[in-house]
Write a protein that binds this ligand. Structure first.
Ligand SMILES: Nc1ncnc2c1ncn2[C@@H]1O[C@H](COP(=O)(O)OP(=O)(O)O)[C@@H](O)[C@H]1O
Ligand SMILES: [Mg+2]
Length: 226
């Protein structure tokens, strides 16, 4: 079943049409890369997939139920409970330490302190950050910050992880580490959509959607037959 499906999405910003009749289906278990040149509409599409922005026209289905995007409270709840986000810039909260940043989305959802901490510690260990839990954000490296951001995105067990150039600020070693983490997260059942302009990274996913001038121009499956 498609977890998320866009049907004939159009997005206008002023007099410019930045998405032109885009239809895309995100199947459960997919690890999809969205590629294309700068300005082709990748981020705009990801924001609509992530229910962070509304299209000018077109329909969005979650588990094959059409969403009423005017129900903003319901949409926020669905977004907070079912989707996780990782951006090029990590957006961690500098006033909170590492573990507190990972706990924050759980606390917001009403999870008790101990449970949130246990979950955060487990995620940080899984992402190779054991021992760094109490560091301030400015006391860890860029690669570590991005791993904390991934831990935070995973804290509420999202069904879909949406990433926009998640390795854009990282060197090749940290990029490799983050890609291995994504593959592991995907193997364990989380569906991933990743915007990247790096074709070598796109090759590590299960499918590549290519965009040009606000349109999807190709889809290539990379899943090997058993
Ligand atoms: N809020 C906005 N206001 C004006 N133009 C925008 C806005 N968001 C995106 N655009 C334009 O839409 C096009 C697609 O942008 P974007 O989705 O960011 O592309 P990509 O992520 O592929 O680089 C670009 O021409 C960009 O200038
Ligand atoms: Mg972009």
């Amino acid at each position: 079943m498609a977890l998320l499906r866009l049907e004939n999405i159009n997005k206008w910003v002023g007099k410019e049409q930045i998405l032109k009749g885009v239809s895309v289906k995100i199947e459960e278990g997919q690890f999809l890369a969205i590629v294309g040149p700068s300005g082709s509409g990748k981020s705009s599409l990801l924001y609509i997939l992530g229910l962070l922005d509304r299209p000018t026209s077109g329909s969005i289905y979650y588990r094959e139920k059409v969403l009423d995007l005017s129900q903003t409270e319901f949409i926020s709840k669905l977004r907070n409970e079912s989707l996780g986000f990782v951006f090029q810039f990590h957006y961690l909260i500098p006033e909170l330490n590492v573990v507190e940043n990972v706990m924050a989305p759980q606390i917001k959802r009403g999870v008790n302190h101990k449970e949130a901490r246990d979950k955060a510690m487990m995620l940080l260990e899984r992402l190779g950050l054991k021992g760094k839990e109490k560091r301030q954000i400015f006391e860890i490296s860029g690669g570590e910050m991005q791993r904390v951001a991934i831990a935070r995105a995973m804290a509420n067990d999202p069904e879909i992880l949406l990433c926009d150039e998640p390795t854009g600020n990282l060197d090749s070693k940290n990029t490799h580490t983050v890609m291995e983490i994504f593959k592991e997260i995907n193997r364990k059942g989380t569906t991933i959509v990743m915007v990247t302009h790096d074709l070598n990274l796109a090759k590590m996913t299960k499918g590549v959607l290519e965009m040009l001038d606000g349109e999807i121009i190709s889809y290539t499956s990379l899943e090997t037959e058993k």
